[in-house]
Design a protein around this ligand. Sequence first.
Ligand code: HEC
Ligand code: HEC
Ligand code: HEC
Ligand code: HEC
Length: 210
Amino acid sequence: MNASKSPIIVALVLLAVAAGSASGATITGTPHDLSTKGWGTTELCKFCHTPHLAQAVQGAPLWNHQTTAASYTMYSSATFQGAVTQTQPGPTSKLCLSCHDGTVAVDSFANSGTLRAGSVFMTSTNRVGSGNSLTSDHPIAFTYNAALVAADTHLVSPASTNWVDAASSIPLYGGKMECASCHATHDNTYAKFLRISNAGSALCLKCHLK
Ligand code: HEC
Ligand code: HEC
Ligand code: HEC
Ligand code: HEC
């Protein structure tokens, strides 16, 4: 993740840290645990990551799933100020869409470097980005910074370019808001893989002063 060390070593250290997560949260038994599907491996991480022969994509370390090449129609509205910095989904969000938009098979991951064609597609209830459209979804892939806060006037000021809050629970990716700002891919403690409980819309209120 930084240039000073080998990306592979850094990624392996991160994998080890994630596996022994201090919070005790685990992907086991969540909707992202595909190990019991009978897709040729019972390895939990393999559907998305591999220790060897990984793809050279940004967004997550040691990526092992086929990625979408789609171009998406992004959110817009008369009052959305983030539109000025919004382009296509950022690298992290593209990885989510590579299963969730319904165009790439969920079981199209690699075993020993060879991508399976795959034949199982995202269920309709969990599709996001269907028809390559993100127009009816909360905006992503825009820069959330002091300039945006000044323009909107009803937003929390991000603590840094990496985190909205000082407690490091709501991340930004290169200063941008992405799917994983709201969703914790590996942790279903709060259901729907949410970063924090959204009871009383607490997640929304992490950023919106409403
Ligand atoms: C369903 C797909 C999926 C599975 C299964 C999965 N991951 Fe991930 N992983 C992702 C995505 C997407 C990201 C980037 C977004 C993020 O950081 O959450 C990521 C990021 C990471 C990162 C870097 C960011 C961080 O959280 O430190 C590590 C390390 C990681 N995963 C380890 C693992 C390990 C270990 C397993 C198996 C126990 C696993 N992942 C299973 C999709 C997955
Ligand atoms: C990580 C921070 C964050 C979280 C969490 C978050 N939002 Fe947002 N949201 C933003 C930012 C930043 C914008 C862009 C504001 C702007 O452009 O003026 C935005 C835009 C919006 C917009 C569109 C505004 C427009 O003018 O078109 C709505 C509506 C909205 N959010 C509702 C919600 C709801 C509901 C939730 C909870 C489910 C939520 N947001 C969670 C940061 C967040
Ligand atoms: C390898 C494919 C894959 C990737 C990559 C992936 N998901 Fe999923 N996700 C799934 C599957 C499969 C389900 C369960 C679908 C079902 O059973 O209807 C799911 C379910 C979910 C759910 C619903 C959970 C629930 O409790 O119902 C959310 C939210 C979600 N994913 C968010 C994400 C986000 C955000 C990312 C990227 C950071 C991501 N996913 C990446 C395959 C994936
Ligand atoms: C602003 C926060 C936020 C962002 C950004 C966000 N989500 Fe969600 N997502 C939620 C919340 C909250 C839910 C729970 C359902 C609800 O409240 O309607 C949810 C639900 C889901 C579900 C379950 C199906 C459903 O509609 O309930 C999936 C799958 C999902 N999100 C994937 C994604 C993907 C993929 C992205 C990026 C393209 C994304 N989310 C971006 C907040 C967000």
